[in-house]
Design a protein around this ligand. Structure first.
Ligand code: NAP
Ligand code: 3JN
Length: 338
């Protein structure tokens, strides 16, 4: 239970990572009421200096005792670290907002996108899970469609940027591109194949059904967030040589008759979502334009010419912002505002 205060003690676990740094940036940008900020990472980063509101914040090692006096801890240090340390944070009466997959599918743990299911937070949360980035941007667009037309089936292909794999992958794309343009040989490291000038239909590990874990996250998390296990989701997740923002091509089949015109109207003017759809002027969401923005952008809304009750759209969002750090900070804002 979060006690109402003017300002809150905040810890960021994984503060030196791509998502952690973005969390610090967004807490500052949105003027979150921070009393004290603790930046936590592995022993490797102890003593490193980060910046918050113009002041240095010295990185401390994440330990079982890190959460004494902390009100809210935002975790982005991977699922293993969350499993190991989040229970200690909860024991210290700290609310955990976890960016990893560690707790997302646990029945008693809320999985929250504030525009979609804020009430799922419940009265007395210990841990609140932040969904996977590919799920978040898709469900922001799907929720109003499901409410009005009841979704039967979703077929989605993702075009995911390398920043989804952290800072090392950003460096790998940059270095490979440079080397290949200079005619030099490259050695894949983060990914199993060359990522520059390529598309890799493989994100996270493969499981027995032939899908990847990233794909199954989209299936299971979408059903949990929409609160409807009858919604069928068929995903293919692909890594593309883009630095920031994930793009997705989505086909939605509904139970009630649906049209592109109705969907354009329905999605226009909603919180956190922007329809950007004027093909005649070459206007549709682009990864490079959505990077650094907060909204989920939807375009190319059109009727499916092969199926009666179905439409297609293209959805793009900054994966480090709405897909991770921003969604987590919005959950924290929801906690302190209610
Ligand atoms: P990253 O750039 O590689 O950063 C990893 C962070 O975790 C660093 O701060 C690292 O600290 C810290 N860390 C690693 N092992 C640790 C340990 N044993 N104890 C304490 N801190 C440790 O990765 P990222 O892209 O920021 O992603 C981090 C995690 O966030 C992912 O593993 C994933 O669970 C989650 N994530 C979620 C989404 C989403 O879709 N919602 C998207 C991206 C990432 P050092 O610098 O000291 O090594
Ligand atoms: O690959 C992407 O674009 C998103 C990556 C998310 C991710 C990366 C490493 C570990 C996750 C996640 O959020 O599901 C995890 C994890 O926590 O399992």
């Amino acid at each position: 239970m979060l006690h109402k205060k003017g300002q809150y003690n905040i810890a960021v676990a994984g503060a030196t990572g791509a998502v952690g740094r973005k969390i610090l940036e967004i807490l500052e940008e949105r003027d979150f009421p921070v009393a004290k900020l603790k930046a936590l990472a592995s022993a490797r980063s102890v003593g490193q200096s980060l910046k918050f509101k113009g002041n240095p914040v010295i990185v401390e090692e994440l330990t079982e005792d890190s959460f004494e006096g902390v009100d809210i801890a935002l975790f982005s240090a991977g699922a293993g670290v969350s499993r190991q340390f989040a229970p200690f944070a909860v024991k210290s009466n700290c609310i955990v907002i976890d960016n990893s997959s560690a707790f997302r599918m646990e029945p008693d743990i809320p999985l929250v996108v504030p525009e979609v299911n804020p009430d799922a937070v419940g009265e007395n949360p210990g841990i609140i899970a932040n969904p996977n980035c590919s799920t978040i941007q898709m469900v922001v667009a799907l929720k109003p469609i499901h409410d009005k037309f009841r979704i039967k089936r979703v077929i989605v292909s993702t075009y995911q940027s390398v920043s989804g794999s952290g800072q090392k992958a950003i460096n790998e794309l940059r270095n490979q591109t440079r080397s290949l343009l200079d005619g030099e040989a490259i050695e894949p490291n983060v990914y199993p194949h060359q990522i520059a000038f390529n598309c890799i239909p493989h994100i996270d590990t493969f499981i027995d059904n032939g899908y990847t874990k990233e794909e199954m996250k989209m299936v299971n998390e979408t059903q949990k967030i929409l609160g409807d296990s009858s919604v069928m989701v068929s995903p293919t997740t692909v890594r593309v040589p883009v630095f920031y923002s994930h793009s997705e091509s989505v086909n939605v089949e509904t139970i009630s008759p649906i049209s592109a015109k109705e969907v354009k109207e329905l999605l226009s003017g909603l919180d956190g979502l922007q329809v950007f759809d004027d093909p005649a002027s070459n206007e549709y969401p682009l990864a490079i334009d959505c990077a650094g923005k907060d909204e989920v952008f939807v375009g190319r809304i059109r009727d499916d010419i092969t199926c009666k009750n179905a439409i297609n759209f293209w959805v793009v969002s900054d994966n480090l912002r709405k897909g991770a750090a921003l969604n987590a900070v919005q959950i924290a804002e929801y906690l302190v505002s209610r």
